[in-house]
Unconditional design. Structure first.
Length: 345
């Protein structure tokens, strides 16, 4: 059993990545000191939800998995989790987009069709469209063939539904991404739930006005609204900058903020992401790095050297997989991260 000290920063990400690797490598783990220095110590309600889902997927044995516990153990089954016809039900505060990348990671070597029910959109969180339009194309570049079909978006506590389709990956290819490249086009997806489509026009107008100040024009628009209501109404916009070699994304979701402001803030986020001159944003970086630890060759990425997710993820992959990482500073904000899988040393 591997014993690990939970990261003080982003402990939820730490737990989810460790358990994903535990399932893939069939390695029992013990995680200690979870939020020991915070006022609300230990596992949160959403942590417990995610851990129990990982356990169900892998028939793992759990110990001390309760809210507030600062230490727990996870012992996965020796058999790889079955996923031929799997249905996973999430409930708030657990979110589909936060859990989905780990399913994609765990099932990279399986032919699966997984239905996931649960909230897909929440303020300040990545959306299902981001996973579909940024992460899936990125994975395709390294020969991981996965597709997401969005059946229904669910805002906050209302449940949406998506289907994840995975294909067995024979060999993960290494990746070299050292520059952002030129923008080919900008794509927008506007979506609302419990409103008429006028709310979408307001969001789109707010985004277009802000982007126009930077001489950026939206060239493709997907417009979706659902009239029937459940407990919560909501709306959001996703913006994607499609480059020659990558896709950068930004989004904003709300249940109460003025719709035009939602569009403006999503545009602000996209402008800021483009201005960093990095080929990957922080979400894409922390999702793709664990995959590249299994690649048949060395990878090189230009990344933000002050990204907490990268620091946590590389430390976990070193301890659990034996991956070697070489970091070379480019300037005060950027570095080249070289990923050397254990089999390539």
């Amino acid at each position: 059993m591997i014993e690990l000290q939970a990261s003080e920063k982003e402990p939820g990400y730490f737990i989810r990545l460790v358990l994903s690797l535990s399932i893939l490598t069939k390695t029992p783990v013990k995680i200690d000191n979870i939020r020991e220095k915070e006022e609300q110590k230990g596992l949160t309600k959403s942590d417990v939800m995610y851990i129990k889902l990982f356990s169900q997927m892998s028939n793992a044995k759990l110990k001390n998995v309760d809210k507030g516990k600062t230490s727990f153990t996870f012992e996965p089954s020796e058999e790889h989790p079955n996923c031929q016809t799997l249905v996973i039900n999430l409930s708030f505060p657990a979110l589909v987009p936060l859990f989905l990348p780990y399913l994609m990671f765990i099932y990279q070597n399986k032919n699966c069709k997984v239905r996931i029910n649960g909230p897909t959109n929440r303020e300040k969180k990545i959306t299902i469209d981001y996973i579909k339009d940024v992460i899936c194309p990125l994975l395709n570049e390294i020969n991981v063939k996965q597709r997401i079909d969005i059946t229904k978006r669910g805002y906050y506590q209302d449940s949406g539904s998506i289907i994840l389709n995975t294909k067995e990956t024979k060999e993960i290819l290494p990746l070299e991404l050292l520059k952002q490249g030129e923008i080919d086009r900008i794509r927008a997806i506007v979506h609302s739930y419990g409103y008429n489509d006028a709310i979408n026009e307001y969001m789109l107008d707010g985004a277009q006005k802000r982007l126009k100040l930077e001489n950026i024009k939206i060239s493709a628009i997907e417009n979706t609204h659902v009239e029937n209501r459940e407990k919560y109404k909501g709306y959001g916009i996703d913006l994607f900058a499609i480059h020659g070699n990558i896709v950068l994304g930004a989004n904003y979701t709300s249940i109460k903020k003025q719709a035009s402001q939602v569009g403006k803030e999503a545009a602000d986020r996209l402008i800021s992401t483009i201005a960093r001159k990095l080929p990957l944003d922080k979400h894409a970086s922390n999702i793709i790095i664990p995959f590249l630890c299994f690649a048949k060759g060395k990878s090189k990425l230009l990344v933000n050297k002050n990204d907490d997710f990268i620091a946590i993820g590389t430390d976990i992959c070193t301890k659990m997989l034996g991956t070697e990482f070489k970091m070379t500073d480019v300037d005060e904000d950027k570095m080249i991260l070289e990923i050397i899988p254990k089999t390539n040393k």
